[in-house]
Design a protein around this ligand. Sequence first.
Ligand code: BG6
Ligand code: MG
Length: 217
Amino acid sequence: MNNIKACIFDLDGVIVDTAVYHYKAWKRLAAGLGFDFSEHDNERLKGVSRMRSLEIVLECGGVTKTDAEKEQLAAQKNTWYTEMINQMTPAEILPGAQEFVQSCRDAGIKTALGSASKNSMTILNKLNIVNLFDAIIDGNKVSKAKPDPEVFLKGAEELSIEPQFCVVFEDAIAGVEAAKAGGMKAVGIGDANILHEADMVVSGLDKVTLEQLEILP
Ligand code: BG6
Ligand code: MG
């Protein structure tokens, strides 16, 4: 594998399905504000930062809040969210995810996590997979949200690998855009009609092999 030296993985939706917990917490927050937040609208929050997610939720309910109120609402949502992720177990790792990351390591390919979530370490600890990654870049280490490539470029830098030798695995449109903006290859996890900017799309890490990565453009 000469052309692939590092694989960088998004967390939510690629390694684990936390979208359901984010959704429950946002829905509870919306209910408290007097409106319903649908599963359809929840799709818009994938890969998006906590504060931007709150703004989208408020927009859906036609509600306006001051910056101070927004801080308080985002903190409340995070309290409910962390209560749920603290109950997570390794059984919630998505099919094939752990095996695929390990197969990269076994092949001498460096691995990194590149996530917008400030809760990444809590989740990795609960799943018992902190040691699967040579570098961990999360929402606490970046100032610019995806589709800005900062999170992935920092990952590549920490691994000392140039971007053109990195493959990013992402389930969000903004994440695929971030990878491409960083000069990296992108494997979309999900629907090819939605993630059409990706170099290749699969339904999950159980459906991709290292051999397939070799032939990415
Ligand atoms: C991303 C999720 O990984 O992290 C988003 O896809 C979420 O839905 C974002 O809003 C921030 O997460 P957290 O845990 O910092 O609130
Ligand atoms: Mg994601």
